[in-house]
Design a protein around this ligand. Structure first.
Ligand SMILES: [Zn+2]
Ligand SMILES: [Zn+2]
Length: 291
């Protein structure tokens, strides 16, 4: 076990860089911490909280860095002062090291991914309608409760999904962002002849494009100058039908999907949408936007 490796994957559009950290080094939790009144990142030692009934001890193997993590690090996402230093990370895959006594569903050695919503109020309209991920009072892993960028984490059984079926366990880090995209796209009613405009070519944008391919729709991407390499790659390999860097063209898109959370991008999408177009906002939005 002493040579066990934990790693963190940083995603940028065209490639994947894995930072590997050998177990045994003095690395316990990657935290957003406040230094000199600015939010920053550091590696700090944190006590593992005690295992409650129904909780399993998980060894984190890989983590994916989400746009929200970057916002937390850069101080662009509000963190309650008394939660600092907060261990970030909500996209991860791990292995069960210790199970709670009465568990029949999980065993030591099972590979798992975690659900980012740990707990919700179960009383508000969202909770009653089954949308616990939209509850205003929810506990969010790595956002308002210590998260997964750490060696070990204790999580309740209902927050875990078994992924022993994965051929390469590292791919487990994609399941959380893929589920975000899948849930959003499933709410649309797409027909094969539709033209769809996607804003953004980051991780969520690219996953959206890959998933849209299955619907046989015509895909155009609205991107930035800095996205040109990935956009060219997507076009050359026929993942998309076209792209634009500046918002232009006529208002003829049957569905528009924002994967940026950016006010301007959303306004551009709306300007290019056809009458009765479907609109999906997948990006993490700023809190007060002018749309
Ligand atoms: Zn995320
Ligand atoms: Zn609620």
């Amino acid at each position: 076990m002493t040579n066990e490796i934990i790693g963190f994957i940083i995603r940028i559009p065209q490639c994947e860089i894995t930072f590997r950290i050998k177990e045994g080094l003095e690395i316990k939790s990657i935290c957003a911490v406040k230094k000199n009144s600015e939010t920053d990142i550091d590696i700090v030692e944190k006590q593992l909280k005690e295992m409650n009934t129904n909780e399993h001890k998980v060894k984190v193997l890989y983590g994916g860095v989400c746009g929200t993590d970057m916002k937390l690090i850069e101080g662009k996402y509000p963190i309650d002062d008394n939660k600092l230093p907060l261990t970030i990370g909500h996209e991860f895959v791990g292995r069960i090291e210790q199970v709670s006594n009465d568990s029949e569903a999980f065993q030591v050695g099972d590979y798992i991914v975690g659900k980012p919503t740990l707990k919700s109020c179960m009383e508000c309209e969202n909770c009653k309608s089954g949308y616990i991920n939209l509850c205003k009072d929810r506990e969010r892993l790595g956002i308002n409760v210590d998260g997964a960028f750490t060696e070990y984490i204790n999580l309740s059984e209902k927050s875990l999904i078994k992924v022993n079926f994965l051929k390469d366990v590292k791919n487990g880090v994609w399941l959380e962002p893929i589920s975000v995209v899948a849930r959003g796209i499933n709410t649309l009613k797409l027909k094969p002849n539709y033209s769809v405009l996607v804003a953004g070519a980051g991780a969520i944008g690219v996953l959206t494009i890959l998933m849209l391919k299955d619907y046989g729709v015509d895909i155009t991407v609205l991107g930035l100058e800095s996205d040109c390499t990935i956009l060219e790659y997507l076009k050359e390999n026929q993942f998309i039908d076209g792209y634009m860097i500046k918002s232009s063209g006529s208002e003829n898109y049957n569905a528009v999907i924002d994967c940026t959370g950016n006010e301007n991008a959303i306004n551009n999408l709306l300007n290019l949408s056809a009458n009765r177009a479907q609109v999906l906002l997948l990006g993490t939005n700023k809190f007060n936007m002018n749309i």
